[in-house]
Write a protein that binds this ligand. Structure first.
Ligand code: CAA
Ligand code: NAD
Length: 310
């Protein structure tokens, strides 16, 4: 264990010494994903600005990052709590917050957009950023389901545009999907792959198709579970137990839906249903719609398919 810890400290130190591909990263959206992305970027030596709509949201995001870092530090520096405390302090010291993206992108190297899963809102944001960001700045989206090319139409720098799709919880999930559109330059794509390495993720790539690899498989599976319960074939609890104990998944599909956020699930499905109405896997679900209409969005609101109220 002690050796493992030393190895981690050494590898962290050497990765912090090695020059990162990007230095200054702007993460727009400080929700579930944006806060996790800001955390991993800062913990790997990047200077990070996290942007959200108001300071109340940003205070919650910052507090979530602090708590998550403490969990990471407790495990990674089990033998050396002092080094763990320093790691948390150094990481937090690299993160600042802002309520206006336009004030921080004027000197940033990489923008990672992680706001609500809505094409028009994402396009509006990139249109605003385009006017302010320096020439060299690379724009990316963490979208779950929208083709990167559809978002990039809002930007003139299509050769410096791509997708960086992280997974929830970002500090724990090792994968990063790196997506290029036809216009993305080789230099930009290489930088994005390099950034993935810098933040300690394993990267995979695929064409700019709906849901990329993971969500194209995962979301239909989760929706099939919801439809199974809609038909009355089994209970949510039994479906979750079945998939955890019978298929070895760490969470059942209902626990995972609550974890992802039922609003995000609905945004994904509504977009796909509109664009691909003939695909039976992309049909809307009355049960999902009902929960979202009731404001039961999962873990983040304290209730979804399950209750998380203490
Ligand atoms: N920050 C830091 N550490 C965390 C953490 C976080 N947010 N969440 C969990 N951990 C750590 C805990 O500290 C714990 O560490 P120890 O083992 O040292 O105690 C470890 O992870 C395990 O956590 P828990 O005991 O609380 O719970 P768990 O064993 O069930 O693991 C999990 C939690 C890693 C989230 C696991 O349940 C899991 O992998 N679930 C599936 C997640 C998944 O499928 N994500 C993809 C969602 S889809 C997506 O992201 C794409 C999209 O576009 C929608
Ligand atoms: P979330 O609801 O937790 O957070 C979104 C945040 O964006 C909120 O804090 C909101 O205030 C902020 N926001 C909205 N519009 C904004 C704007 N114009 N400027 C600045 N901030 C704005 O959502 P999330 O789960 O973090 O998802 C964010 C993105 O990441 C979405 O595109 C989603 O599809 C994608 N994604 C989600 C998951 C997941 O498991 N939840 C996984 C991978 C990717």
């Amino acid at each position: 264990m002690a050796n493992l810890c030393k190895t981690f400290v050494r590898s962290f130190a050497s990765s912090a010494q090695r020059a990162n591909v990007f230095n200054h990263v702007t993460v727009i959206g400080g929700g579930l994903m944006g806060s996790g992305i800001a955390q991993v970027a800062a913990s790997t030596g990047h200077t990070v600005v996290m942007v959200d709509q108001n300071n109340t949201i940003l205070a919650k995001s910052t507090s979530n990052i602090q708590k998550s870092l403490e969990r990471v530090a407790k495990k990674k520096f089990a033998e050396n709590p002092g080094a763990g405390e320093q790691f948390v302090k150094d990481t937090m010291g690299r993160i600042t917050t802002a309520t206006s993206p336009t004030t921080c992108v004027s000197h940033t190297d990489l923008v990672i957009e992680a706001i609500v899963e809505n094409l028009d809102i994402k396009k509006k944001l990139f249109r605003e950023l385009e006017a302010i960001a320096p020439e060299h700045t690379v724009f990316t989206s963490n979208t779950s389901s929208i083709p990167i090319g559809d978002i990039a139409v809002a930007s003139k720098r299509k050769d410096r545009f791509g997708g960086l799709h992280f997974f929830n919880p970002v500090p724990m999930m090792k994968l990063l999907e790196v997506i290029r559109i036809p216009a993305t330059s080789d230099a930009t794509f290489d930088k994005l792959l390099g950034f993935g390495k810098d933040v300690g993720k394993v990267t995979v790539s695929c064409k700019d198709t709906p849901g990329f690899i993971v969500n194209r498989l995962l979301v239909p599976y989760m929706m099939e579970a919801i439809r199974l319960v809609e038909r009355g074939d089994a209970s949510t609890r039994d479906v979750d137990t079945a998939m955890k104990l019978g298929a070895g998944y760490p969470m059942g599909p209902f626990e995972l839906s609550d974890y992802v956020g039922l609003d995000t699930m609905k945004f994904i499905l509504d977009g796909w249903c509109q664009n691909y109405p003939d695909n039976p896997l992309f049909q809307r679900s009355p049960l999902l719609d009902k929960y979202v209409a009731q404001g039961k969005l999962g873990v983040k609101t304290g209730e979804g398919f399950y209750s998380y109220k203490k």
